[in-house]
Design a protein around this ligand. Structure first.
Ligand SMILES: [Fe+2]
Length: 361
């Protein structure tokens, strides 16, 4: 793109000489005026998209400093050069710094110096324009990245909400299937989360534990109602069918990627530390902390609430049974101890239904 230079001087001889020199040596477009007021009135700066202005200092209608001040107000990127007579040098220099003029030259000027100053000034403007362009591009891409991030965040939030919806629906399926376990899944999730927090589990572990608590018995949808809700004692055959709910639960949840970290607690929540549990009979070192917590919460709530074959047991009886299980190397002693400490300190309360339902927010 060719540069355009404006020359303003009340002496026609000077504007003509300068114009010829610049056109001849630099081949730039040149606009000339002998009256700064004419430039202002006719908006020549804007009209010709001026890159550089050379102005005389002493002009009858307007001082060169004031004129260049006006130019810089229109566009501070325009390069401004002031021409001064020797006698005006002192007063001109005082004003130069205030206005921010690029260069001043004394009359009579040296042609080579003037050409060099013009070239350097325009190169400075080119670099400055390029920099401004880059800044605008960066701001635009930053804005685009921010918008994309906001969109992703919204998308992620919707995904989480959807996932919670799926989990709640699964919880409702279990409760509708097994009337005696109404609220059981929610209470297990609540107790597990409380125990997990006290055991310093990570945020991700706590989230998975809470979800696993809700859906740990989802596999019961694969067990017949007559067995699940049987008031009397189960036969061995019936109990073997009930045991299958762990592997059925795993099978149901496996296709859902968002539940991949809940698979292990769902499959193993009936394992015992001594290997006497089901479905795999794995021992303590193979059972994760999340699963051990879930198992304790599950057994506690099963004992402390009504079942098809009996009413809920008193808290002291539950405590006795569970510590007996610890003694027999079935349950994790630290977790059972923590559970009853938290119940005694009212950090876990299983009386208030509302609080039990706070597990998912
Ligand atoms: Fe279960």
């Amino acid at each position: 793109m060719n540069n355009t230079i404006l020359i303003v001087d009340d002496e026609e001889m000077i504007t003509t000489t300068l114009s010829s020199l610049i056109k001849l040596v630099l081949k730039y477009n040149v606009i000339v005026s002998n009256d700064p007021l004419e430039v202002i009135e006719n908006k020549l700066i804007e009209k010709y998209n001026i890159d550089l202005v050379i102005s005389d200092f002493l002009m009858p209608k307007m001082n060169g400093i004031k004129f260049l001040e006006y130019v810089r107000k229109i566009n501070s990127e325009i390069i401004t050069i002031l021409l001064t007579g020797y006698a005006d040098k002192e007063s001109a220099i005082k004003s130069i710094n205030r206005v921010g003029i690029y260069y001043y030259l004394e009359k009579p000027w040296d042609n080579n110096t003037l050409i060099k100053v013009i070239k350097n000034g325009l190169e400075k403007k080119r670099l400055s324009d390029e920099l401004n362009k880059k800044i605008i591009e960066l701001e635009r891409s930053h804005h685009e990245v921010s918008s994309l991030y906001e969109l992703q965040k919204k998308h992620y939030h919707n995904e989480v909400e959807n996932m919670k919806g799926v989990i709640m629906a699964l919880a409702n399926v279990i409760e509708a299937k097994d009337k005696y376990t109404e609220g059981h899944a929610r209470r297990v999730a609540y107790i597990s989360k409380k125990l997990g927090q006290k055991s310093s589990l990570s945020k991700e572990q706590l989230e998975n534990l809470e979800i696993a608590g809700i859906i740990h018995d989802i596999g019961k949808v694969g067990v017949s109602d007559s067995i699940l809700n049987k008031p009397g004692k189960l036969t061995n055959e019936e109990f073997n069918l009930i045991k299958k709910h762990t592997v059925i639960g795993e099978m149901i949840c496996k296709p859902l990627n968002c539940l991949k970290n809940c698979i292990e607690p769902i499959r193993h929540h009936h394992e015992k530390l001594d290997g006497s549990g089901y479905p795999d009979g794995i021992k303590s070192n193979k059972i994760s902390i999340e699963t051990r917590i879930l198992t304790v919460a599950d057994i506690f709530d099963a004992l402390y609430s009504d079942r098809p074959y009996r009413n809920s047991l008193p808290l002291e009886k539950v405590r006795y049974i569970m510590f007996d299980e610890v003694h027999n190397n079935k349950l994790d002693g630290n977790i059972v101890k923590l559970l009853f400490e938290m119940i005694d300190n009212k950090e876990i309360t299983c009386i208030n239904e509302k609080e039990k339902r706070q597990f998912i927010s």
